[in-house]
Ligand binder design. Structure first.
Ligand code: SAH
Length: 451
């Protein structure tokens, strides 16, 4: 076992899923934040377990050519991003490598290369922000959590957000300080304002502001609305009531204080209505590429029925509707299903149907009703597919299965399961939707090999 507080020397060889550097010392894996593969470092052990340890760089003995000066001055403190210390080339390389090794090690593939579609910019791309609010010396401020903590780091400009997001934040904070609105304190479970949530349509420029509150009402809301109207694109203000303890940001109840309670944005030529709880990819231009890839791999014809599980507001479903005979979307959040149905209407799409429920259960029910889609698309949350969903897909026996994934490890696990049930991996492609952050998205095509 390595010794806590002792200094060691090591070469960084790899990265964790969270983007930390990994080195091996005396058979023990050491996780080192801000380390780059190929670097030789002196490090201090901060935590030591039998098989792993956490270390901190004290000195870089051999510097990676990919190391750069951080373009975000707050990056060292803020836990929002992971990769400002390296160039974008190294970031995309490590992301592609992560997808490739997951598919090989867990998925049983033997892929030698993994293409990755790099993003055109690392700046201002994120269309959604969630700022936790805190108090320092009697003054409210909003920022982002320091990595691994709930301390809020204050910053002037977040580099990956559009300027309008930070402008909304500033308007809300100055209103909070003007009227001494109380700020939520996690430990005491007291105080009103918890989070400032901002969603901005990249194409429409429309802005939805949602304040998450531990309470029922917002005092002097009209003054806040007047202030927000000065931010270009401000469209609607919604309260989200969250009176529960815990880390979930949004509550279950929403009260619209100004505007329609949702915004619109255009994606792949269609207009989408977005409510605060609806899922919408945070990187607009890269999401379009991701969906175009998914659609081109699906090779849909006019006689095909397409089933889109985990469909959110119906983005992929409706984009595919144009090419297909019929599309069915399944989504668990009722508000998102309402948005999806509304999105079909506003785009004049008549061959789409949306069901609200668990993807696995709904798919099994559709299969019992004799629905046999030619193409199934799945785009699950990080935990991947559940046993019901896999069972239903196999029984429905689609010709092609498009799997859009935000977690290569669970994707690879599901690929291995589907391979045992008559499917094979035809194509895999990583797409960078989250520049400077460790998450990576990918899309794979599986096709049926036998009945
Ligand atoms: N394909 C959509 C949404 C993908 S995000 C898009 O790209 O825009 C994943 C979606 O799955 C979310 O909308 C989430 O609410 C939904 N979801 C999560 N668990 C689910 C389940 N068990 N059954 C159905 N949908 C689920």
């Amino acid at each position: 076992m390595l010794i806590k507080n002792q200094i060691y020397e090591a070469v960084v060889t790899d990265y964790t899923a969270e983007g930390q550097g990994v080195a091996h010392i005396e058979g023990c894996a050491v996780f080192i934040p801000n380390a780059i593969a190929g670097e030789r470092v002196r490090l201090r052990i901060e935590k030591a377990q039998k098989t792993w340890a956490a270390g901190k760089i004290v000195e870089i003995l051999k510097r990676s050519p990919h190391r750069v000066n951080r373009e975000c001055p707050e990056a060292k403190k803020c836990g929002g991003c992971d990769f400002w210390h390296m160039d974008y080339e190294e970031e995309t390389r490590l992301k592609a490598e992560r997808v490739r090794t997951c598919l090989n090690r867990i998925g049983g593939e033997a892929l030698e290369e993994m293409p990755i579609l790099a993003a055109p910019t690392c700046f201002g791309y994120r269309n959604k922000a969630q700022y936790p609010v805190a108090v320092k010396k009697g003054r409210a401020y909003a920022g982002f959590f320091r990595a691994g903590t709930h301390d809020v780091v204050e910053m002037d400009r977040c580099r990956i957000l559009p300027e309008e997001s930070d402008a909304v934040r500033d308007v809300v904070i100055s209103y909070v300080n003007q009227f001494h609105i109380s700020v939520y304190d996690e430990t005491a479970h007291k105080g009103l304002l918890r989070h400032i949530y901002v969603r901005r349509g990249t194409v429409s420029g429309q802005i939805l502001v949602c304040l998450v509150v531990n309470g029922e009402a917002l005092p002097h809301a009209e003054v806040l609305i007047d202030g927000l109207k000065k931010v270009p694109g401000f469209t609607t203000l919604v309260l989200s009531i969250n009176e529960r303890k815990g880390n979930a940001v949004l509550g279950d109840r929403f009260i619209t204080l100004y505007g329609p309670g949702y915004i619109e944005d255009t994606l792949c030529g269609l207009v989408f209505r977005l409510s605060p709880r609806s899922f919408y990819q945070v990187n607009h231009s890269q999401a379009q590429h991701l969906y175009e890839l998914a659609i081109s791999q699906a090779k849909i014809t006019k006689s095909d029925t397409v089933l889109d599980l985990y469909c959110g507001v119906g983005t992929i479903t409706l984009i595919m509707a144009k090419a297909a005979g019929k599309v069915i979307g399944v989504e668990v959040i009722p508000q998102a299903v309402e948005d999806a149905r509304d999105n079909a209407r506003r785009n004049d799409i008549h061959n789409a149907e949306f069901l609200c429920g668990d993807a696995g259960e709904a798919a099994l029910e559709l299969e019992r009703q004799g629905v046999h889609p030619d193409v199934v698309v799945v785009d699950p949350p990080r935990k991947g597919l559940n046993a019901d969903a896999i069972e239903a897909i196999v029984r429905m026996s689609p010709r092609r299965l498009i799997y859009v994934s935000c977690d290569p490890a669970t994707l690879a696990r599901d690929v291995a399961l589907l391979k045992q049930r008559g499917y094979q991996l035809e194509n895999a492609q990583a797409v960078d939707l989250f520049p400077r952050c460790a998450h990576v998205e990918c899309v794979v095509l599986l096709s049926k090999t036998r009945n």
